[in-house]
Design a binder for this molecule. Structure first.
Ligand SMILES: Nc1ncnc2c1ncn2[C@@H]1O[C@H](COP(=O)(O)OP(=O)(O)OP(=O)(O)O)[C@@H](O)[C@H]1O
Length: 578
């Protein structure tokens, strides 16, 4: 995993190399301090050379200054490298999310995905920056100092290195052991994010059902879980790192004891012992960094696995590749189409139906009958389990999904608006639309009057999920958006919410404007829509049980008649059933 993370640095070879070179120079300068200490003791003091004090001290100060200046530059460059990498990987991840099939989002919560994009990417990138800046520098510093020590006394170096195998064994064991704990901690954080996202989206439901105490309790439990999982890691750290420091620091006593013994016997100079004491700090400085570095690496590996798990997902198939016919008539045929969301009973079963160009097909049926699923199959958000759907005689699977969706206007039941201005929301359908075209679409959707009355007009921000607008207003804005796109195929999920008579009439008029001259599939809840449809398809548990015109089906006295008497008559239009 670490090599895969580090490979990302190859995207910025110049910057990564610069970072590496600065780390090498900066690290090499650590030898100046033990070097001049030895010179002070063995040359200046031992040979009584006061003339050398000033130049030696000057060299020392200059080297320390250069090291700190380089360190500051390194920090600056590394932060830029980290920002660039985080930005690039976030973009990749976001672009991947756009290419994943809708069914992937059925099983992955928004809060969890948000935590991967917002938290896991920077956590993973810390491995890259700290990997170069600190881990590499630490290894280099360790080797340079060991080289220096061996040069002056290999025997004393062996004594210094005595605690190392123990430290390496403990560190290796802990880094393996802690990965599982970090993963559990990260998953608990994601679960907390997912819950928070869910609660914020449903804040009105929480207030309406006065379940604030229960929601707070659930949130508290999730938050406790985060704390507990984090604590299991911290508990381990609290034992492991003091143990490592104890072993490492005991080494100093050992080194000074052996150094003093050999100096007394004239085998090494006192300057060498003192210089080893100074160098020891630089040798064990990398070891003291093992703790934060191993935390960064363990967390980074866990985060990287979660990020790569998304990046490695296969793209939605046929998104861009496939046929892109230049003209479209609008005939849609379902040939023995079945679809299962899971192993359970099919959501759509052996559906056969034909919509001729320009026809309006009304889908009616009890809740859960499979109406939205039919639209989801048309948009290819899901693929039929068996059978096929044809557009102008061409199977949908031969067409590019991007092209197909471009031919469609989809007015969903929730009439989703983004938290952006009305102009931006409408321009989703046609990015180059002029204000004149936008107003004309609003006019046809019977939305122009209320938008004109807003103090900020088209610049009014819709609020999260379009909260700033009423159900009827959002519906008309969604219709205006579809009108602006002017697509040859229209999928319309009529909202069931009861609108007042006047709004209902306005929405109906807008819908009629939208439906004219294009093939249209409507999930119909209004009597007026059903009556004007060319064909009504009645679905029951995924099966097409009746089809015909309103008069035919009503006269038949079957499921449709029962349904229309039970549901469609409750429409606020109060139209009589013939
Ligand atoms: N994403 C999904 N994952 C699993 N099952 C689903 C999913 N969406 C719908 N279903 C199931 O498929 C069946 C048909 O659902 P569908 O949404 O098509 O019904 P519908 O007729 O549009 O209902 P409604 O009028 O209530 O919107 C239902 O049993 C539903 O629970």
């Amino acid at each position: 995993m670490i090599p895969r993370i580090l490979r990302h640095t190859l995207r910025f070879p110049g910057r990564s190399l610069l970072s590496l070179v600065m780390a090498v120079i900066c690290t090499s300068l650590v030898l100046v301090l033990p070097g001049i200490t030895m010179r002070f003791i063995d040359v200046i003091i031992a040979q009584n050379r006061p003339d050398l004090i000033l130049p030696t001290a000057g060299i020392g100060v200059a080297a320390i200054l250069a090291r700190q200046l380089l360190f500051s530059l390194r920090t600056f460059f590394n932060n830029i490298l980290e920002l660039k990498l985080t930005h690039l990987i976030r973009l990749e991840l976001y672009s991947k999310l756009q290419r994943l099939p809708v069914k992937w989002f059925d099983v992955n919560s928004s809060g969890e995905i948000m935590s991967r994009v917002a938290d896991d990417v920077p956590t993973m990138d810390r491995v890259i920056v700290e990997g170069i800046d600190q881990a590499f520098a630490a290894i280099l510093q360790f080797l340079i100092v060991i080289g220096y020590m061996v040069w002056f006394s290999w025997r004393l170096t062996l004594v210094v290195l005595l605690p190392l195998p123990f430290i390496a064994a403990i560190t290796w064991w802990w880094s393996r052991h802690s990965e599982k704990k970090w993963r559990a901690s990260s998953e608990a954080s994601s679960a907390l994010n997912a819950l928070l996202h869910d609660h914020l989206s449903g804040i009105r439901q929480i207030k309406a059902y006065t379940v604030e105490p229960e929601a707070l309790h659930d949130f508290g439990q999730a938050s406790l879980q985060v704390g507990e999982k984090h604590l299991t890691v911290m508990r381990g750290q609290a034992v492991v790192w003091p143990a490592v420091s104890f072993i490492a620091e005991s080494g100093i006593i050992l080194m000074v004891a052996f150094g003093a013994w050999w100096a007394l016997h004239g085998q090494i100079s006192p300057g060498v012992v003192i210089s080893f004491l100074v160098a020891w700090g630089f040798l064990f400085d990398p070891i003291s960094r093992i703790n934060p570095l191993s935390q960064t690496f363990s967390k980074g590996v866990v985060a990287a696995k979660r990020v790569f798990a998304i990046l490695d997902m296969p793209d939605e198939s046929h998104l861009t590749e496939g046929l892109r016919p230049s003209t479209i008539q609008g005939e849609i045929r379902f040939e023995d189409v079945s679809f299962h969301y899971s192993e359970d009973s099919p959501a759509v079963s052996h559906l056969n139906l034909t919509a001729r160009p320009g026809q309006t097909i009304a889908l009616v049926g009890a809740t859960g009958a499979g109406k939205s699923t039919v639209l989801n199959l048309l948009t290819r958000f899901y693929e039929p389990t068996s059978g096929r759907i044809l557009l102008d005689g061409v199977p949908l699977e031969d067409l590019s999904k991007e092209w197909l969706r471009d031919q469609m206007g989809y007015v969903t039941q929730d009439n989703f608006l983004f938290n952006a201005s009305l102009r931006e929301n409408l321009k989703l359908a046609k990015s180059d639309a002029t204000d004149e075209q936008i107003w004309s679409a609003l006019q046809s959707a019977n939305a122009a009057d209320f938008v004109r009355a807003l103090p900020e007009g088209l610049d009014t921000v819709a609020g999260e999920r379009g909260i700033r607008f009423s159900g009827g207003e959002k519906q008309r804005l969604s219709i205006a958006r579809a009108l602006l796109k002017n697509p040859p195929l229209l999928l319309l999920d009529e909202a069931t919410s009861a609108l007042d008579n006047q709004t209902e009439r306005m929405v109906q008029q807008a819908l009629e404007n939208l439906r004219s001259d294009r093939t249209c599939f409507v999930i119909a809840h209004r009597l007026s829509t059903v009556q004007k449809a060319h064909l009504i398809c009645v679905l029951d548990q995924g099966k097409l049980v009746e089809q015909g015109t309103h008069q035919q089906l009503f006269a038949q006295g079957g499921v449709y008649r029962k349904l229309s008497e039970a549901t469609l008559t409750t429409s606020t239009t109060k139209e009589p059933i013939p």
